[in-house]
Design a protein around this ligand. Sequence first.
Ligand SMILES: [Zn+2]
Length: 196
Amino acid sequence: MQTALKIDPATGLLAGVRQVISPHFDARPAGVLPELIVVHGISLPPGEFGGPWIDRLFTGGLPPEVHPYFREIARVRVSAHALIRRDGSLVQYVAFGLRAWHAGQSHYRGRPACNDFSIGIELEGTDNIPYTSPQYEQLAVLVEALLATYPSLSSDHVVGHSDIAPGRKTDPGPSFDWERWRSILRSHGWGERRKR
Ligand SMILES: [Zn+2]
């Protein structure tokens, strides 16, 4: 079981978590609060785990010569608020109060531009390789910390990238077991009882 996480509400940063601050962010529109959590899957190169490349992509330093796929995406300016690696370890790239660039063209219940009002969390993985137990646990612990820090969020509004960009994005993929994750969240005391 992962230990509880604390977010400083003034800075939007996780305490005791590795920070690799991305230049790929800006302010949320005035008056807009985070209301949605978007779960993603990412691996670089695709299907390989453990390299430094996700950090490099999100900080604008992916070397195009290392892999043919990197050549395609090296200039793409993207980020997420946080990444959960295969061993459950966390990296934060963007403060939660700010707008990370993770969702792209997207809609949630008719509302466009999900980056404006969402928090993006990447899981290191693919659509077809099962995510790890430490990742499920850490995602539950992180979402709990977010729910505790941002009352505008709700455990009812947690979706996959594929849910808000259907036909364009498939992550986190069928390999992410939503029922397994929700049962961990419930076992930690979130869910129906504390629904907001
Ligand atoms: Zn995604």
